[in-house]
Ligand binder design. Structure first.
Ligand code: ZN
Length: 215
């Protein structure tokens, strides 16, 4: 498989880009990765890059983006931050990927068992804020998602030990991150409205390696 170039990137639509990621995850979970010579792709991309997608994901060591989507060198921009939340630098990086470098899809990728989400749930349930230094600003970005999940009815059951609740917060955090991205970036919002890009949410399962897309 050859690395993308200016022409092949230009021929990829937002739907194609999404399809490439879906098919890549299917290859990953069926242990049949595409045949690619990574060093050849290093050579192919030495003069420039034309990735088809930007993925915003968590720093979690179990979620290596290129591996789980079976992508090669120069295929995706990978922005990673604990809890996959937006910040000015993350938004700028995604804008660069789409507006300057021509990527067609933005995927906000959460994952099950996310430590950042788990800590945000613990913090929300704590009588006094946890003492966590710089991590505080990340938690403040995730906590609105904890509060937005209103089930189960019993507040005492809204804990990270309750897998259903934990998963619901993971999904809500992806949805709110996308909402924040659209609000914070008129550039991306306009590209999406013009159908130049797609912005989609997805969640990776650390149990079976599958990515569930939310669109
Ligand atoms: Zn995580």
């Amino acid at each position: 498989m050859k690395a993308l170039n200016k022409d092949t990137q230009a021929a990829i639509t937002p739907s194609d880009s999404l399809q490439r990621l879906k098919e890549g995850n299917t290859r990953f979970t069926s242990t049949s990765p595409a045949q690619r010579d990574l060093l050849q792709q290093v050579s192919d991309t030495s003069g420039g890059q034309w990735p088809h997608a930007v993925v915003l994901s968590c720093i979690d060591s179990r979620v290596p983006v290129e591996t789980i989507f079976d992508q090669g060198i120069g295929d995706v921009f990978s922005a990673r931050v604990a809890g996959n939340v937006v910040s000015p630098d993350i938004t700028a990086s995604i804008e660069y990927g789409c507006k300057v470098a021509g990527s067609r899809t933005v995927v906000v990728l959460g994952h099950t068992g996310c430590g950042a989400v788990k800590t945000a749930i613990q913090d929300a349930n704590s009588a006094s804020p946890l003492q966590l230094g710089s991590i505080r600003s990340l938690l403040d970005g995730i906590k609105p998602s904890v509060h937005a999940v209103q089930t189960p009815d019993k507040i005492s059951e809204r804990t990270y030990e309750n897998k259903e609740f934990f998963d619901a917060v993971v999904y809500k955090n992806v949805a709110l991150t996308i909402e924040n991205l659209r609000n914070d970036s008129p550039v991306l919002k306009e590209m999406e409205d013009n159908k130049e890009i797609k912005i989609v949410g997805a969640v990776y399962s650390v149990s079976d390696g599958k990515v569930t897309f939310m669109d």
